[in-house]
Structures are given as structure tokens and as C-alpha cells.
Design a protein around this ligand. Structure first.
Ligand SMILES: [Zn+2]
Length: 378
């Protein structure tokens, strides 16, 4: 897919269009070491470290670790995972090793690393006014269930808790269902697409033999195979869908929801993944689908059945919307010229996953952190 490129400094442009445009990378070869592997573009972690100004770059056996003040990336070749600020992401292509250098695909840099590390560089973002909450299932469709209740009830309860917090924070909230009613996936999408300056959050719970933890899904970018285990047959679909116009917002929102839930609920991190679930495919506003735990797991299933836990999940979702909203709309005071960029890259930006590693409110951060007004923004 090709998107129009607005005039902006080459250094910034390169990270964003890395996957889409080879010429862009070639023009800036001094910054990015591009390596062709398995027919696609990869870049070295060394150039990733330089571009994002990670002062510390270590490489032990197959594990690379990039560290900077309050930020970090860790990955291991042979896997399809990358940890950004401690949060697990599934990459669309495996991390490779060649000539004693670890490599990450250009697609994963542009579709995961860049929007997560620098959410305020994402194009076409607006202040969030409306949050569309989508409790999964309903009516005759119970979703999964355990001895304490069903997914449809638990998801609705989490959505209602999130709604209360979001209203308090000044957002408008719309619900695809606010009672025990059946709503088709098509109708959920149609409903969500009425709203502008909005985000869509679908809430579900999982079930499987032996599964545990929380996972979050953003729509898979066009051309890459879904990495959702549940999507066996759908993985043949790699087409562009309406929701792909929001690839960068989608992953930033998913990262915000995932990181905030993990910071509030002690659980296993099953990662931020790419999928083509119906509601993610066709929704035109930034969208995430949260699987908030496994009802089939004795400990988690019992915990989800407590109102306190569902309240915590609702609070986390509301907090995530605020984190996302702040991060994508943060405008750096630094003039983004090439020279400024080269000497003043992150951490003058906020990372979307920051709350996981540091829960201090943004406004009380040190001088190096942007001061963002959370309360009066809406
Ligand atoms: Zn479900």
C-alpha cells in the first residue's frame, strides 16, 4: 500500500515509510543499514539503536538489548517477538541473524516500533472525543463461559466500569450494547463507523486448554499473515481492509491498552498481536480487541468473576484511552528539522508504553519529559 508522503525531514520520513518505499531507505543509507533477507528488507538493531538514540546497545549470543533513559528494546533472533519498554509484541516476520548482526524487518519497524516509540509522529491523529466500547457477544451468544459466569456478562461489566471512568474523564462513550442483547459483528462495525474523533475498544475473554494471560489485537497490516493463533483459516487473507488506513493508530492504541492492563493486573503477558478479526477489519476509527484473561484457567477464571477485578480492567481501559490520547497528540516544542532530529531524538517523545515502566503522571515528570495537561484536555 502506498500512502501520500507529506514534506517532512528525511530522517523522520524514513522510519515511517521504511516498508513502503525502498528509495527512501536508500537515500538515507547512512542512517539505516538495510539488509535483504528472505526477499524482504531488514535493518540491523545497531541502526535501530542509532536512529532512536538508545545509548546502550548490547548483543549477547542471540539476544540484543537496547537501552536508554526509561526506554528499552529487547529481542532474540530466531523468535518473532520484540519487547518494547517491557511489553511483548509479536512481529510480523522473524528476528534474524546474519553476519553476527541481529536484524528486524522494515515492516516491523514501520508498523510496530515506530508508532509505539513515537506515537506523536503518527499522521492524521485527532483528540479523542468519543470512545466506542464493544462488549463481545450478548443475547443467545454467551461467548466462552466457566462455572462462575459467561464472557458476555463479564465483558459487559468491564465495559460499564470503563464507561464510568471515561465519562468522568470527560469523554463521550457509546456502547455497541449496554444490556444482554445480541448484536451482529456487521452492526457493531456500522455502529462504530458513525463516530468521528473516536476509538473502538472490543472486550473479550479467552478460553483454551492451559492458556493464561492477557493479549491485545490490532488489525494486521496488508500483506502480512495474522499472528493470532485463533485465526487459522483466516490467515490466507492478507488484503488491505478499511481499518488498515489506521495501522499506526491501531498498534499504538493496542499497545496503550495492553500496557495499562498489565500495569494494573498482575498476569501473564501474551503480547500485542496482529489479527483480522471482523470488527478490526472494517472499523474506520482506531481499534483494538482485548482478550482480558482466560475463563478456562482456574485462577484467572475465578478472578474475572469478581467485580473488583472487572472494575480494575475497566479502569485500565479508561486510563489507556487517556494515555493514547495524550501520546498521539503530544506536540514537541522542538522544531523537527533534520539537525534537531539528529541531535534530539527520543526521549523528547513520549512512548505509548511508558505507564508500564513508570506510573508517574506525565505532568509531574522531570524536565526531560513533556509536560502534558491530562485533566483539561477534553
Ligand atoms: Zn469473545
Amino acid at each position: 500500500m502506498h500512502r501520500p508522503i507529506s514534506p517532512m525531514p528525511l530522517l523522520f520520513r524514513c522510519a515511517i515509510c521504511l516498508a513502503a518505499s525502498l528509495c527512501c531507505v536508500a537515500a538515507n543509507a547512512a542512517d539505516w543499514q538495510v539488509v535483504k533477507q528472505q526477499g524482504r528488507d531488514y535493518v540491523t538493531f545497531d541502526s535501530l539503536a542509532k536512529f532512536y538514540q538508545f545509548a546502550e546497545y548490547t548483543h549477547v549470543n542471540r539476544t540484543v538489548s537496547l537501552r536508554a533513559d526509561r526506554r528499552g528494546i529487547r529481542a532474540q533472533s530466531g523468535t518473532s517477538e520484540i519487547y518494547i519498554n517491557g511489553v511483548r509484541f509479536f512481529t510480523d516476520y522473524p528476528i534474524l541473524s546474519s553476519n553476527n548482526e541481529e536484524l528486524i524487518s522494515a515492516v516491523d519497524v514501520s508498523k510496530i516500533v515506530e508508532p509505539v516509540l513515537r506515537p506523536n509522529k503518527i499522521k492524521n491523529t485527532t483528540k479523542v472525543e468519543t470512545v466506542v466500547l464493544d462488549p463481545g457477544h450478548g443475547g443467545t451468544d454467551n461467548g466462552t463461559s466457566n462455572q462462575w459466569g459467561s464472557e458476555k456478562q463479564f465483558a459487559l461489566d468491564v465495559a460499564l466500569a470503563a464507561r464510568e471512568q471515561l465519562l468522568r474523564a470527560g469523554y463521550k462513550v457509546e456502547m455497541t450494547r449496554s444490556g444482554d442483547t445480541g448484536v451482529s459483528l456487521e452492526d457493531r462495525v456500522k455502529f462504530a463507523n458513525q463516530f468521528e474523533n473516536a476509538v473502538f475498544i472490543s472486550i473479550h475473554f479467552n478460553s483454551s486448554n492451559g492458556g493464561a494471560g492477557v493479549e491485545s489485537y490490532a488489525l494486521a497490516p496488508a500483506g502480512v499473515v495474522s499472528n493470532a493463533a485463533a485465526e487459522g483459516l483466516a490467515s490466507a487473507d492478507v488484503q488491505w481492509h478499511e481499518g488498515n488506513a489506521r495501522d499506526e493508530q491501531n498498534i499504538a492504541l493496542a499497545a496503550a491498552v495492553h500496557a495499562t492492563v498489565l500495569s494494573r493486573v498482575s498476569t501473564f503477558d501474551r503480547g500485542v498481536r496482529h489479527a483480522r478479526f471482523h470488527v478490526l477489519r472494517d472499523v474506520k476509527i482506531p481499534a483494538v480487541l482485548l482478550e482480558g484473561g482466560f475463563l478456562s484457567n482456574l485462577f484467572e477464571g475465578q478472578r474475572v468473576a469478581t467485580p473488583q477485578h472487572r472494575q480494575q480492567l475497566g479502569i485500565a481501559i479508561a486510563q489507556a484511552v487517556q494515555n493514547y490520547d495524550r501520546a498521539v497528540n503530544f506536540k514537541s516544542s522542538a522544531t523537527p528539522t533534520f539537525a534537531a532530529a539528529a541531535s534530539n531524538l527520543p526521549p523528547h517523545e513520549r512512548s505509548i508504553t511508558e505507564p508500564l515502566t513508570d506510573e508517574r503522571p506525565a505532568a509531574s515528570g522531570s524536565g526531560r519529559q513533556p509536560s502534558v495537561d491530562v485533566t483539561g484536555a477534553h
